[in-house]
Design a protein around this ligand. Structure first.
Ligand code: ATP
Ligand code: MG
Length: 241
């Protein structure tokens, strides 16, 4: 499906996500429909507990919805095998999620090389691309430092380096500037938007930060697991449902 010459990468329809069952069930997402357009930047905003991370995880295929449809580059993502899904995710998606900061005891270089190892890239190529990515995030002096010995902002930059090594089509970021000072936040933001501008990487950013949200072409606001507002580009696609 497309609108004009715009290409839809991810299409979500009537996504529901319940945690738990029966009386204790939490209805974290209650019918979310949206399209993510190739090359565009989308912010997911809303109060704490409104379902932002749950939605980001589902769009990124890290979690499965209780019901609904998810189409990624024309493929019905909920119908394919876990192996195919893992492969697609590893090749096409990059993540800047703090909880996915993998191995604190491994070196920065090893952490950045991991997605390429999974993708079966040879060791020399892995190292070359990882060093290039570390250079892009201004950490070329830290490849052999243990990840645990980095500052919060440096860790976040390692996450970005790791997110870009497989040349993803789309980067998902959940509160990428959450615990950072304003100067480091700006650096991280600039890095992400540069990837969008220079490489055409689509961005989906969950954030509490209005300034960051306002830099995105579209803002989708959640409240109690529903989209309650959309502003910027491509909002009519959401309303059409
Ligand atoms: N693993 C889980 N088990 C049970 N309930 C969960 C789980 N994860 C999230 N929830 C619930 O689902 C709802 C949405 O949570 P979610 O983490 O998506 O919110 P959020 O908008 O990302 O919040 P925050 O801004 O605080 O990160 C909340 O009510 C939360 O308590
Ligand atoms: Mg969250």
């Amino acid at each position: 499906m497309s609108d004009g010459d715009e290409e839809v990468i991810i299409s979500a329809r009537d996504i529901m996500r319940d945690y738990g069952q029966g009386e204790n069930a939490v209805h974290a997402l209650r019918g979310i429909s949206l399209d993510i357009i190739k090359g565009k930047t989308t912010a997911i905003i809303g109060k704490s507990g409104s379902g932002k991370s749950t939605l980001a995880h589902i769009l990124a295929t890290l979690d499965r919805p209780t019901s609904g449809e998810l189409t990624i580059n024309g493929i019905k993502a909920l119908g394919i095998s876990q192996k195919q899904l893992n492969q697609m995710r590893n090749q096409q998606f990059g993540f800047v999620f703090q909880q996915f900061f993998m191995d604190p005891h491994a070196t920065v270089l090893d952490n950045v090389m991991l997605p390429m190892e999974i993708a079966g890239v040879g060791i020399r190529e892995r190292e070359k691309r990882a060093l290039k990515a570390l250079d892009a995030v201004d950490l070329s002096d830290k490849p052999n430092v243990r990840a645990t010995d980095l500052s919060g902002g440096q860790k976040q930059r390692v996450c970005i380096a790791r997110a870009i090594v497989n040349n993803p089509e789309i980067i998902f970021a959940d509160e990428p500037t959450g615990n950072l000072d304003s100067k480091t936040s700006e650096l991280i933001e600039n890095l992400l938007f540069k990837l969008n501008k220079n490489k055409g990487i689509t961005l989906v950013i969950v954030t509490h930060d209005d300034d960051l949200a306002n830099k995105c072409q579209r803002r989708i606001e959640l409240h109690d697991g529903k989209i309650v507002a959309c502003d910027g580009e491509n909002c009519k696609l959401v309303e059409a449902k």
